[in-house]
Design a protein around this ligand. Structure first.
Ligand code: GLU
Length: 423
């Protein structure tokens, strides 16, 4: 029933991970299980050709996607990723996780995601702008403030959102601030959005640590990926008394059992775009990152990082999934059996889309909130959502991941059932 003809069935892809997560929740869906096939089929997937003229006069073609996984609870919502490994299947999985994530924190959105298979580091700024504008025009037939609202993801940022907003606005003859979120402040962006995902990771981590009886004072954290998510989360943990003992990014892996100097780390990061030249720590082999002695591990890079073999070596008591889909299903079982608590992506990193929602609401009302108000509201939404998930996990004696899926899928499938089948 769930075999999609355009999906490879070799196993191990992000989509396979997602499908196995859905299969695990079906026994807890009661009568709604009747609708569960909905979760295994994206509503709509668009593949677009993105041709651009390079600065040297040649023409290059890139393949782009926008997938709307489910729109039962509201317009599509989810980021746009620029990465050489982007595939349709990956974007499908990421869009499905957005559906679950938005429902887990009860935002009135469905799930969507976009991407272009490209290495943006090889493009000039002008080429990046041309590619973004052409991609936006191509997906313009399915996005819109009430239809599907893109946002930043891996290798995209406020500048790219500004070009997307402008392109959509030019094509529709409007000033459509609500068509994307994660915009610069002058264009209807929201205070607190840039660091919101990392803040959400911190808030869920703080709550989970409290339940484990783990004080944040002196707690040792290891972070994979020091981008928007990992960097902001690391800063907040260190402010709360934690010690950053290991960092891995595309420039290498560094450790210091006495703790990194966070201010120096951030300076190097902003200057070089990577931590490789930070001198206050020792460089180790990349694979040794998974053996590092730490209390909290924060994978905040890409999918499929925690394999079963790595899960067996992890020393942390708590894993906070800042990235989308970092843990493979068999690794999830290993961590569970070893008593390592995993706060899953679909709640852990939901802070970003939550503040995206605040941004969208502010754009519609043209009334903007203070940063304190944003951060307070974000904290409350994350704490309340996590509490409901934790209660569900305790009641059914299931993992936090399956509990998050249970809470979210009940909302998604209830909406599905109430709307009924058309025609
Ligand atoms: N790309 C982020 C995520 O994976 C944010 C999406 C959004 O704000 O719409 O959650």
């Amino acid at each position: 029933m769930s075999q999609l003809s355009y999906v490879s069935h070799t196993g191990g892809t992000a989509w396979d991970t997602y499908i196995s997560q859905v299969d695990r929740v079906i026994p807890y869906l009661g009568h709604l299980a009747r609708w569960s096939e909905t979760l295994k089929r994206p509503k709509r997937a668009l593949i677009v050709d993105v041709p651009i003229e390079l600065d040297n006069g040649e023409v290059a073609h890139f393949e782009g996607y926008r997938v709307q996984h489910n729109l039962s609870r509201g317009p599509g919502k989810g980021g746009v990723r620029y990465h050489p490994d982007v595939t349709l299947e990956e974007v499908m999985a990421l869009s499905a996780w957005m559906t679950v994530k938005c429902a887990a924190v009860n935002l009135p959105y469905g799930g969507a995601k976009g991407g272009i298979r490209v290495d943006p580091k090889k493009l000039s700024l002008k080429e990046l702008e041309r590619m973004t504008r052409r991609y936006t025009s191509e997906i313009g037939i399915i996005i819109g403030p009430q239809r599907d609202i893109p946002a930043p993801d891996v290798n995209t940022n406020g500048q790219i959102m500004a070009w997307m907003m402008d392109t959509y606005s030019m094509n529709t003859g409007t000033t459509a601030t609500g068509v994307v979120t994660g915009k610069p402040l002058h264009l209807g962006g929201s205070l607190g959005r840039v660091k919101a995902t990392g803040r959400g990771v911190f808030v869920t981590g703080r709550e989970a640590a409290r339940r484990l009886g783990l004080s944040l004072e002196g707690v040792r954290i290891a972070v994979q990926g020091m981008g928007n998510v990992g960097g902001a989360a690391a800063e907040l943990f260190v402010q709360a008394g934690a010690k950053l003992v290991a960092v891995q990014d595309h420039t290498g892996t560094l450790v210091n059992p006495n703790g990194f100097d966070i201010a120096d780390t951030m300076t190097v990061l902003h200057r070089d775009g990577g931590i490789g030249n930070y001198t206050g720590a020792e460089r180790i082999d990349n694979e040794a990152f998974w053996d590092v002695d730490c209390d909290i591990l924060i994978p905040a890079a890409l999918e499929s990082q925690i394999t079963a073999a790595r899960a067996n070596r992890i020393k942390a008591k708590l894993v906070l999934e800042g990235a989308n889909g970092p843990t493979l299903p068999d690794a999830d079982d290993v961590l569970h059996d070893r008593g390592v608590l995993v706060v899953p992506d679909v709640i852990c990193n939901a802070g970003g889309v939550t503040v995206s929602y605040f941004e969208w609401v502010q754009d519609f009302s043209s009334f903007f909130w203070s940063e304190d108000e944003i951060n307070l509201r974000l904290d409350k939404i994350m704490v309340d959502a996590l509490k409901k998930i934790w209660d569900t996990a305790d009641r059914h004696k299931i993992s936090l991941r399956t509990a998050t899926f249970a809470v979210a899928c009940e909302r998604i499938l209830t909406a599905r059932e109430e709307r009924g089948l058309y025609p």
